[in-house]
Design a protein around this ligand. Structure first.
Ligand code: HEC
Ligand code: HEC
Ligand code: HEC
Ligand code: HEC
Ligand code: HEC
Ligand code: HEC
Length: 418
């Protein structure tokens, strides 16, 4: 039964993708609500009582397209590596800014001086529940730390509006109606909406007052969607070129920052300045450290080439054109921050999953990220159950030689305590 349905799903999606919407053979959402049949089936849904969805739950429906068994390289909008493609000793395949959910399936265990350590895959990110694809509820966190969102309810549409109603109007404000959506608004080459037109908000994210019907504790999103712009190609190895998403620190309304968006479910991680690390907070004199920092002990960097996608910052702007100028996958825009730019949750965390505990962008659990030129350390004590290939995948394929031979963690990109 399951097998039959899966084949059906693949055919249905493949059909949609090629008949397609005008413009691109790959278009589906086009910044708003996609073809209903891509997610709903009027007469043969996967299960009754699930909004006539074609997967057993929302995330399974999304991953029906956003995961693809048989991928061998990072592929466009795919954000999860299929079980069949997960290889022992290798990282998952996708390198998108949000991160590959496949990291949630990577458990690690190791021993140092006779003491055993374990790191459950659960710790690597947001454990979306997608039963058709083998993703299950977080085994430890019953709710969102610092908040009360139930872990068992975490689905793709907890954060993304499946119907993509939030739109950026010609004047830059975000609304759920008021003008038709003409396409995605996420990319540097997205259309600029004329008066009477709109584009989708960044990544179809959930905005002000968003709720979903299917769970009791729907997040009361109390700020709107923050501005950001990605390059049109955003899922690629960063062995040579980085992918820079230009995150904004505001929208036209002025108040919608990334920290307050995440705080919809993690309110206490964003409490007053003295209790948690500053978030949505100007870098001030730290901007100079960021720009000078190259690697441990080397402070000869310059602002023009300072950007590191492992430690991004929010630009003090919500203007699409300003951000679009910095969204690049070719290293054409590596300018570092000014004093008004800000540290945000996504400076340290990814949004979906990462190769490290607490969904961090770098390994924050060892004294050395690189020891004597190796991610794993020469004697293996720093390997933490991983192969060198897995570390390299988690750093989006950067060779260890991009860093100092004895590289400390990347808090130092901003604080230069090393
Ligand atoms: C990308 C996937 C996707 C597409 C495309 C989609 N839906 Fe949905 N829809 C969902 C999900 C997921 C839910 C369940 C929402 C929840 O959990 O509250 C849903 C719920 C609904 C509901 C019931 C609850 C509500 O939000 O009102 C209606 C009605 C609905 N969809 C209609 C449509 C129509 C009409 C279209 C096409 C214009 C469409 N959907 C396209 C994913 C989708
Ligand atoms: C039928 C296949 C299909 C399904 C089902 C599907 N997607 Fe997509 N999705 C795509 C394709 C193709 C793209 C890239 C083209 C586009 O954005 O239209 C995409 C792009 C996206 C993007 C980036 C869009 C942007 O404008 O930045 C997000 C976010 C996304 N999908 C989320 C979801 C979520 C959440 C669900 C489930 C509720 C879902 N998708 C279901 C095929 C699908
Ligand atoms: C906790 C909130 C959250 C959940 C849950 C979530 N997303 Fe996302 N997603 C985001 C954010 C935030 C971004 C933007 C990341 C960035 O640019 O750094 C994003 C980005 C994306 C993108 C663009 C590619 C990328 O990785 O940047 C796609 C496609 C997408 N999400 C699909 C999905 C699908 C499918 C699911 C469920 C399997 C899902 N998301 C679950 C918050 C979430
Ligand atoms: C819709 C609610 C929701 C939103 C929005 C949300 N989260 Fe979460 N988050 C959760 C839940 C539920 C958990 C606990 C389950 C888990 O860890 O998988 C969690 C766990 C986490 C964890 C711990 C991961 C681990 O396993 O150690 C981090 C870090 C985190 N979130 C950061 C963020 C950041 C950063 C954002 C904004 C980009 C964000 N969250 C937005 C619901 C949310
Ligand atoms: C300066 C880097 C940094 C910033 C900024 C940051 N975090 Fe964290 N976060 C961490 C580190 C490191 C940990 C690991 C635990 C610790 O050190 O407290 C962590 C842990 C977490 C956890 C897991 C806590 C638990 O009890 O399991 C959540 C949830 C989380 N962060 C959410 C957020 C959210 C939401 C924001 C923005 C409002 C944010 N973080 C901003 C570095 C950061
Ligand atoms: C993107 C830049 C950035 C990164 C990365 C970053 N910080 Fe910070 N940090 C800041 C800023 C900005 C401040 C506020 C400084 C100020 O206003 O004096 C700060 C302040 C602090 C403070 C002082 C807090 C207080 O209440 O006075 C500590 C401690 C700190 N950071 C530790 C860390 C650690 C540990 C990490 C890595 C897990 C980290 N930071 C990563 C930017 C950053």
């Amino acid at each position: 039964m399951k097998k039959f349905y899966k084949i059906n799903l693949v055919l249905a999606s493949a059909g949609l993708l090629t008949v397609g919407v005008a413009g691109s053979a790959l278009a589906f959402h086009s910044g708003g609500v996609a073809n209903c049949a891509g997610c709903h089936s009027m007469h043969s849904p996967a299960e009754l009582g699930t909004y006539l969805l074609i997967g057993s739950d929302t995330s399974s429906t999304c991953l029906g397209c956003h995961e693809n068994a048989g991928d061998t390289v990072p592929d466009s909008y795919h954000i999860s590596t299929a079980d069949a493609d997960m290889v022992v000793g290798q990282g998952p395949l996708q390198r998108s800014p949000g991160g590959d959910f496949g990291w949630l399936k990577k458990d690690y265990s190791w021993e140092v001086d006779g003491v055993a350590y374990t790191e459950d895959g659960d710790r690597h990110g947001h454990n979306i529940v997608a039963i058709d694809l083998g993703y299950t509820e977080d085994a430890t966190n019953a709710t969102s730390p610092g908040g009360s969102f139930l872990a068992g309810d975490l689905q793709c549409n907890s954060c993304h509006d499946a119907h993509g109603k939030y739109r950026r109007l010609a004047d830059g404000t975000v609304a759920t109606s008021g003008a038709p959506i003409i396409g995605s608004g996420s990319y540097a080459d997205s259309a600029v909406p004329a008066v009477g037109q709109a584009v989708g908000v960044y990544r179809l994210l959930a905005g002000n007052d968003y709720t979903t019907d299917s769970f009791a504790t729907a997040g009361a999103f109390y700020t709107g969607v923050p501005a950001a712009v990605a390059p049109a190609t955003y899922n690629q190895s960063e062995a040579t070129n980085q992918v820079r998403v230009a995150y904004g620190a505001q929208t036209a309304g002025g108040v919608n920052r990334w920290g307050t968006w995440c705080a919809s479910c993690h309110a206490d991680m964003h409490s007053s300045y003295s209790y948690t690390h500053p978030v949505d907070w100007p870098l001030a004199e730290i901007a100079d450290l960021y720009n000078a920092y190259v690697s441990s002990g080397i402070m000869t960097g310059i602002v023009d080439t300072a950007f590191l996608s492992l430690v991004p910052f929010a630009q003090n702007s919500g203007a699409f054109a300003t951000l679009a100028a910095n969204a690049s996958n070719t290293d054409s825009a590596l300018t570092g921050p000014g004093t008004g730019d800000e540290v945000m949750c996504l400076s340290c965390h990814r949004a979906h999953a990462s190769g490290f505990s607490n969904m961090l962008r770098w390994n924050n659990d060892s004294e050395f990220m690189v020891e004597n030129g190796f991610y794993t350390g020469v004697d293996g004590a720093l390997a933490m159950g991983r192969t060198e290939a897995e570390f390299q995948a988690a750093y989006y394929d950067r060779p260890a030689t991009d860093f100092a031979a004895f590289q400390r963690d990347l808090c130092n990109k901003c604080h230069a305590q090393d």
